[in-house]
Design a protein around this ligand. Structure first.
Ligand code: G1P
Length: 289
């Protein structure tokens, strides 16, 4: 079945980014000049997905405004004669068909997915966590859809991490089935390094079969008292196989300041308009060190 819909979760408090996120959504923080959530929506669209459900919460109105049209702003930009900027602004609102649903209580990632049950219906769907920004020649989700098409079961993105970092991720127990593809034998949310079944960490891209909803309904609160998607996937594993795919590309953990800064610097260096000047600036900084 074709992957037509994606869920983008944007309901968290953004506590790792306070005070910046006290009065604005974390997902709207920009990498250079584009909000993080726009990068993931663009990845979804570039992967052939046009219907997007964004799970929001209180204080996230700016996300809806961002993907809406702003006739006033367009008018001002048009009057200035900046056609390129005008097209850029209009393109944002034409990117995809987006609908919003609120997670009324922040009960965890698994619960955020569960609130989209009626909107998704009985079909496989993609999940994007905007904290993970992936730069890749072929969009990471597009790579995953190819794997899904071969196996017709849920596929989760993974990448190797340092053993000491396992407690920041869901970790899988893998059985390799082909280059970069693993069958998931088991998975656990944020284990201590000594308990981790491998160093393959779940990254915020999933392709899920609709059976996950029934499992999430049965999932009890886990790590941090939250309903964890990883725990729901473990229940799903009792019913059907799950695969993991080590995508090709670079992942930035933009959910915390250091990863966000790394992504900002690298994205800026790659920008044709400011990259060269920024590189000169960084070089000169180093000289003064
Ligand atoms: C979530 C998931 C975790 C996954 C991670 C990827 O955790 O619960 O399994 O490894 O996203 O970014 P969070 O980072 O929201 O705590």
């Amino acid at each position: 079945m074709k992957i037509r819909k994606a869920v983008v979760t944007a309901a968290g408090w953004g506590t790792r980014f306070l005070p910046a996120t006290k009065a604005q959504p974390k997902e709207m923080l920009p990498l250079v000049d584009k909000p993080m959530i726009q990068y993931v929506i663009e990845e979804a669209v570039a992967s052939g997905i046009k219907h997007i459900i964004i799970v929001t919460a209180i204080g996230k109105r700016a996300i809806e405004d961002h993907f809406d049209r702003s006739f006033e702003l367009e008018h001002i930009v048009e009057k200035k004669g900046d056609g390129e900027l005008l097209r850029k602004l209009q393109n944002i609102s034409e990117l995809a068909d987006i609908c919003y649903i609120r997670q009324k209580e922040q009960l965890g990632l698994g619960h955020a997915i569960l609130v989209t049950k009626e909107l998704i219906g009985d079909e496989p769907f993609a999940v994007f966590l905007p904290d993970d920004i992936i730069q890749a020649r072929v969009p990471a989700m597009k790579q995953m859809i190819e794997v899904y098409n071969r196996y017709q079961n849920s596929v989760i993105a993974v990448e190797p991490v340092a053993k000491k970092d396992t407690k920041a991720y869901g970790i899988i127990k893998p059985k390799q089935v082909e280059d970069r593809v693993y069958q998931v034998m088991s998975l656990v949310e944020k284990p201590e390094p000594k308990d981790a079944p491998s160093n393959l960490a779940i990254v915020g891209r999933y392709l899920l079969t609709p059976e996950i909803f029934g499992m999430l309904e049965k999932t009890a609160p886990g790590k941090g008292g939250e309903i964890q998607l990883t725990d729901g996937l473990r229940l799903l594993l009792e019913k059907q196989p799950i695969y993991a795919y080590q995508f090709e590309g670079i992942r930035y953990d933009t959910g915390m300041p250091l990863g966000f800064l790394k992504a900002s610097v690298e994205f800026a260096l790659n920008r044709p308009d400011i990259g060269a000047k920024f590189r000169d600036y960084l070089r000169q900084l180093k000289l003064n060190d």
